[in-house]
Design a protein around this ligand. Structure first.
Ligand SMILES: Nc1nc2c(ncn2[C@@H]2O[C@H](COP(=O)(O)OP(=O)(O)OP(=O)(O)O)[C@@H](O)[C@H]2O)c(=O)[nH]1
Ligand SMILES: [Mg+2]
Length: 363
């Protein structure tokens, strides 16, 4: 799973990236809009995986991972609100979820591209960019479909055209596509376009050191976003988290308790990135490897198998499934089988969080 970090320039993206991933990318130089994207992979903490690891004692334990990508900043100015390059948009189309970092912290030595601090406005600017970009893709595609249908009209094309028309109207009302209800079939039709406004969104408000315990007003101002599905809004102090990240564990504990921070904001952010974006884990177990795999909620078994390998998806026959809790109560697959909690599921089965699965497939 890939999460792209975007936002206006100097909103603290690289600082947050360092905090999240333990990287040490330079933030003093104000890279603004230049240079390549930074990437780092982190593990998703999951105590179920540790329990399974103790039971199976495999050679290898592989947690679910999140790859964070720190992309270049958007150089918005009052005159010119568009700023994302095609190269940038191409990169962000490939991520599974988008983290928009907006600046709330005050720091006179760090200029804001629009000179004033207004996190809600900044999020609006980024969203408007995404809406425009999706509209562009839709218009191109509709033109091509129209030509194609003049030559030879197929049901499939007609359905797609009708759906794109609906998407277009929705976007023209400045609404993101993630709020447009779609059937499974329709989702499938547009899957290849990788619409930016359809991707799960994590809004991260980068608050100043002095506002750590005083973030309810900021959060409240984002309530419209919070009510939408597949969007989560949270506050973080990127600067502090980056500093904490560079300390030893004991130092970090001390530092946190001095500031009255209970939980590492980073741990929270990682978990929220995962949950709120609608991701779940299933497990594969054995003496070689115990492993957590990431899929979207409501994924059917063959597609879940595809997270492991496309061969398993293509050759899918059945899934042997036991729920994590049922397994833990018995501790062996043999007992699960005799107790009837190890089920055989077909291609319609919707995988649940914590399922332990053995896929049967033929290639
Ligand atoms: N006071 C304060 N300063 C911060 C915070 N987060 C980032 N900064 C400062 O803001 C400046 C820019 O931070 P970066 O992390 O480089 O911002 P960026 O969004 O990656 O910038 P570009 O890549 O240039 O768009 C640095 O000097 C940071 O130290 C924060 O939470 N509080
Ligand atoms: Mg940066």
């Amino acid at each position: 799973m890939k999460i792209g970090i975007v936002g206006l320039s100097l909103s603290g993206k690289t600082t947050l990236f360092n905090a999240l991933t333990g990287s040490q990318v330079d933030t003093t130089a104000f890279m603004s809009g230049k240079g390549d994207a930074h990437r780092a992979v982190i593990s998703v903490p999951d105590e179920r995986l540790d329990v399974l690891n103790d039971l199976f004692q495999p050679k290898k334990k592989t947690p679910a991972t999140i790859e964070y990508i720190d992309l270049a900043g958007l150089n918005a100015t009052e005159q010119k609100k568009t700023g994302f390059s095609d190269q940038f948009l191409g990169q962000i189309r490939l991520v599974d979820a988008i983290l928009v970092l907006v600046r709330h912290f005050k720091n006179d030595s760090v200029p804001h591209p629009l000179n004033t601090i207004d996190p809600l406005r900044d999020l609006g600017i980024v969203e408007a960019e995404f809406i425009l970009s999706d509209l562009g893709i839709i218009e191109n595609r509709m033109e091509r479909l129209l030509r194609q249908m003049k030559a030879k009209k197929t049901d499939q094309d007609a359905r797609e055209y009708e759906l794109l028309e609906r998407c277009k109207a929705f976007l023209e009302e400045e609404k993101p596509l993630r709020n447009l209800p779609m059937s499974t079939e329709e989702q499938f039709l547009v899957r290849g376009y990788q619409f930016l406004t359809q991707k799960p969104l994590i809004v991260c408000v980068n608050i100043g050191e002095t506002d750590i315990h005083n973030d309810s007003a900021v959060l409240a101002s984002f309530s419209v976003y919070q009510q939408a599905g597949q969007v989560s809004v949270l506050t973080v102090s990127a600067q502090i988290e980056m500093e904490v990240q560079q300390l030893t564990t004991e130092e970090a504990e001390l530092f946190r308790s001095d500031l009255g921070i209970v939980d590492s904001a980073m741990g929270r952010l990682v978990r929220e990135s995962y949950d709120l974006v609608g991701l779940i884990s299933f497990f594969t177990v054995g003496s070689d490897e115990v492993r957590a795999w990431t899929i979207r909620r409501h994924t059917v078994a063959p597609l879940a198998a595809g997270a492991i390998h496309t061969d398993i998806e293509r050759g899918f026959i059945r899934a042997e499934v036991v729920a994590y809790d049922e397994f833990i109560r018995r501790k062996t697959m043999a007992l699960c089988r005799t107790d009837g909690v190890l089920r055989l599921e077909g291609k319609e089965y919707i995988v649940k969080d914590g399922d332990i699965i053995n896929f049967r497939f033929a290639v």
